[in-house]
Design a protein around this ligand. Structure first.
Ligand SMILES: [Zn+2]
Length: 462
């Protein structure tokens, strides 16, 4: 009998890892890093409860580090099989895993410097070399056609609308001439968003694992375009600049699209716009080149205007020199990573633009406690950047509509897309409030059998 074990994203939103076993073969769906609380992060250092050498294949729902960031550890601990993902996910994973490895190495150096590591020299969770080794195991599979992994396992991807390449996976397991279907929702995105296709629910599932990140709430309503136009016109009028700390994958591309549409509609002046993040520039190129993920609307605009992200007019600052030149521009829009202002080139722009009341900083994503982004959102009078206290006189604006995750009603809409109720569903990838609220709703409204997945719990799939 086939079995499923939750090795991550159970009771929490990171560390996605689901092991499926059938006919003595083992398939791991996602291989994510735990992030956030120290207790969770320590799990990244502990050995997996099963030997990675006994896992035959890995398949990925999307490229985010909380779904892929454990791959180098898996490979260095003995995993020797292929890692399957669609073409866009393979490319984004290459970029994000190498970046993650750089961060691990920097963290280790910092710990060594501060003497706060138990090891001497301090060890990174994995090195760039180990990440490169893991990346040699990536194999492309079709975006949406079924792919046969082995006689036991076949997988098919459905657009999830969360980031480029993101998929819900329908896994078909054949054992003793019986076939069952397990659907892994992956991270579900939002409907009617720029660029990407809407999330698509697979037609049926015997068993379902569904994410619950926003299981307890909806995103604020209101037009992002209207708010963006209002902010830009206000800032331009007083001769200032707008700095947007953005997440390199997804958020920055959405903003470029919205800015371009506002310009075309004559609702904002054409301003010098800079993307100052090498990773965001690469991600933008990938967003444009993977047409299989584009919504019909995006394709239509591309045909009409030729350039929906306005790359001919937007300045891409790849080198440090190009980045520094932005300092000389008086009134402009600067999109730069990181999204919570914890690091990256955006710090230079904040250091320079925060003290001037004509400028504004637009915070477009979740700002975790303890980050500079959170301090700015909370109205701090100064923030510490490169060892100095920088006065905050610029206007600080929060815009929370741009989440890449489905809100509660969008999750319910996605769940409603199944032709018939799954035999059993498990909620994963959520904190307790989201998990409990969504479980309650699904039980009450849909009358489905639903449980909240527990860490390291094994269940039978029959
Ligand atoms: Zn994600």
């Amino acid at each position: 009998m086939a079995k499923l074990t939750f090795f991550g994203a159970a009771g929490t939103v990171t560390g996605s890892k689901y092991l499926v076993e059938a006919s003595g073969k083992r398939l791991l769906v996602d291989c994510g890093l735990f992030q956030g609380e120290k207790e969770l992060r320590l799990r990244n250092w502990a050995a997996l409860p099963i030997s990675p050498a006994t896992i035959d294949w890995v398949v990925l729902t999307h490229a985010h580090i909380d779904h892929t960031g454990y791959l180098p550890r898996l490979v260095s601990a003995g995993f020797r099989g292929p890692i399957y993902a669609n073409p866009a996910t393979c490319e984004l994973t290459r970029m994000l895993l190498l970046d993650s490895a750089h961060i691990q190495e920097e963290d280790a150096e910092y710990a060594e410097h501060k003497g706060s590591s138990k090891h001497s020299p301090a060890l990174p969770l994995y090195t760039v070399e180990e990440a490169q080794e893991a990346l040699t195991r990536l194999h492309e599979i079709p975006r949406s056609d079924p792919f046969r992994i082995s006689p036991e396992f076949s997988v098919r991807g459905f657009d999830a609308g969360h980031i480029l390449g993101s998929s819900s996976l329908e896994l078909t397991i054949t054992e003793n001439n019986r076939t069952i279907t397990v659907v892994f929702s992956g991270d579900i995105g939002r409907y009617d968003q720029p660029i990407l296709n809407d999330p698509r629910t697979p037609p049926r599932a015997d068993y379902l694992l569904c994410e619950s990140t926003y299981g307890d709430r909806d995103h604020p309503s209101g037009s992002v375009s209207d708010q963006l136009a209002e902010v830009i016109n206000r800032v331009v009028k007083r001769g200032g600049s707008l700095v947007i700390p953005g997440f390199a994958v997804g958020r920055i591309q959405t903003l470029l699209y919205l800015l371009r549409q506002l310009e075309l509609a004559g609702r904002i002046p054409q301003l010098p716009t800079y993307v100052d993040s090498p990773m965001a520039i690469t991600a933008t190129e990938l967003y444009l080149s993977h047409r299989e993920d584009h919504s019909p609307e995006f394709e239509r605009i591309e045909q009409e205007t030729g350039d929906p992200l306005d790359l001919r007019h937007v300045h891409m600052a790849r080198s440090v020199e190009e980045s520094k030149q932005i300092n000389r521009v008086a009134s402009c829009v600067i999109l730069s990573a990181s999204g919570m202002a914890t690091g990256g080139r955006v710090l230079h722009h904040l250091e320079r633009r925060l003290p001037d009341a004509r400028n504004a900083v637009l915070l477009v994503g979740f700002q975790a406690a303890g980050t500079r982004g959170r301090s700015l959102a909370d109205g701090a009078k100064t923030v510490r950047i490169y060892g100095a206290d920088v006065p905050v006189r610029a206007e600080i604006i929060e815009m929370n509509q741009l989440s890449a995750h489905a809100g509660q009603s969008e999750l319910l809409r996605w769940l409603n897309g199944f032709e018939s109720p799954p035999k059993q569903s498990w909620l994963v990838h959520g904190e307790p409030p989201g998990l409990n609220a969504l479980a309650g709703l699904v039980r009450q409204r849909e009358r489905w059998k639903v449980a909240i997945a527990q860490y390291a719990q094994t269940v039978d799939l029959q």
